[in-house]
Design a protein around this ligand. Structure first.
Ligand code: GFB
Length: 305
């Protein structure tokens, strides 16, 4: 989802990215990654590849989430360094911040408290990625930057009922209930947690923007030991309200129930986006029109077609 959105954003600016599919290049294999960098010699690297999933996938496969992400990012960052890559953009996640961080969460909240247990292994891998980028800058002067996107959604998302994130999961569940005339849809957890959702095309514009900022401009706007930049909309919504919004969009008219046997996860994770705004980027796609466009994509080209 993220990689294809970045490719689209680059193409709009007349840039053709060098890409490899999962079957062509196994990023968990250091020899393959080093060979890729030696062959292609890229000057800039967008790191969109990661093992990702929703709350249940994180909870059930913690070893895979920490191990695969550490391998992928370590292989790419070390190979990029060896190959003399001029600029690299690492993508983290808003789950790097403490479970009970003050809201909205500023970049400085990193490593100030315990993490949310359902995604701690994934968050630790992402924190390691941020610290690797900062360390290569401190020790070798590399221009390796990090962005922390909030919960993302968009075309090419994972719509699997079990491993997906909440937004694609509910879009699919409400659509199917609406199409079949089912009278009740169940939403995991209490419905009370709040989340901030960013359309992936907004993230892609942010990636191109922050990659393009001249080094002096980028590094003078951040602290060298807290150099990541939050990327979000600055507003959040409860899961119950998200479910009602998706019900309206999919024209589902039945009842909405909540399954309290499923975990809620972090109560709230709203990003403070003032650093990104002061550096010239802000989100443009509002939640309702973003979901409507993904629903359209889902019906025309998505997993149900
Ligand atoms: O999107 P989600 O899986 O990710 O869940 P997190 C968000 C909230 O939606 C939780 C509730 O409170 C879920 O219990 N929810 C309700 C559902 N119905 C559903 C459903 O059908 N599917 C899903 N998946 N959730 C993930 C992290 O946390 O967010 C990752 O585990 C990553 O590491 C990602 O950071 C962005 O926001 O809770």
């Amino acid at each position: 989802m993220v990689g294809s959105a970045i490719v689209r954003a680059l193409e709009r600016g007349g840039v053709k990215a060098v890409c490899r599919s999962r079957s062509e290049l196994d990023l968990a294999r250091q020899d393959e990654v080093e060979e890729f960098f030696a062959t292609e010699n890229p000057d800039q690297v967008f790191m969109a590849a990661a093992r990702v999933g929703g709350i249940q996938a994180n909870n059930e496969f913690p070893a895979d989430f920490i191990a695969e992400n550490l391998l992928i990012q370590t292989n790419i960052i070390t190979s990029a360094f060896k190959a003399g890559v001029k600029r690299l953009l690492f993508l983290g996640s808003s789950c790097i911040y403490p479970k009970f961080a003050d809201q909205p969460m500023r970049e400085e909240a990193l490593l100030t408290g315990p993490l949310e247990p359902t995604n701690e292994p994934y968050a630790i891998a992402k924190i390691a990625g941020i610290k690797m980028c900062e360390s290569y800058r401190r020790q070798y002067g590399c221009d390796f930057r990090s962005l922390m996107p909030t919960n993302l959604y968009g075309p090419n998302d994972n719509f699997d009922a079990v491993t997906s994130h909440v937004l694609p999961a509910l879009l699919r569940r409400f659509h199917e209930a609406s199409a079949r005339g089912t009278d009740r849809v169940t939403v995991w957890g209490s419905g009370r947690p709040k989340r901030e959702f960013l359309h992936v095309d907004d993230l892609a514009v942010a990636c191109v923007h922050f990659m393009g900022l001249p080094a002096e401009q980028f590094w003078s706007a951040v602290d060298a030991r807290c150099a990541h930049v939050n990327i979000g909309t600055g507003t959040d919504i409860s899961i119950a309200d998200l479910a009602r919004l998706i019900a309206r969009i999919t024209q589902f008219e039945g009842a909405i129930g909540f399954d309290s046997s499923k975990p809620d996860g972090t109560p709230r994770k709203l990003l403070d986006v003032s650093r990104a705004t002061s550096m010239g980027w802000s989100a443009t796609i509002d939640l309702q029109s973003g979901i409507e466009s993904v629903y359209q994509w889902m019906l025309e080209e998505g997993p149900l077609v």
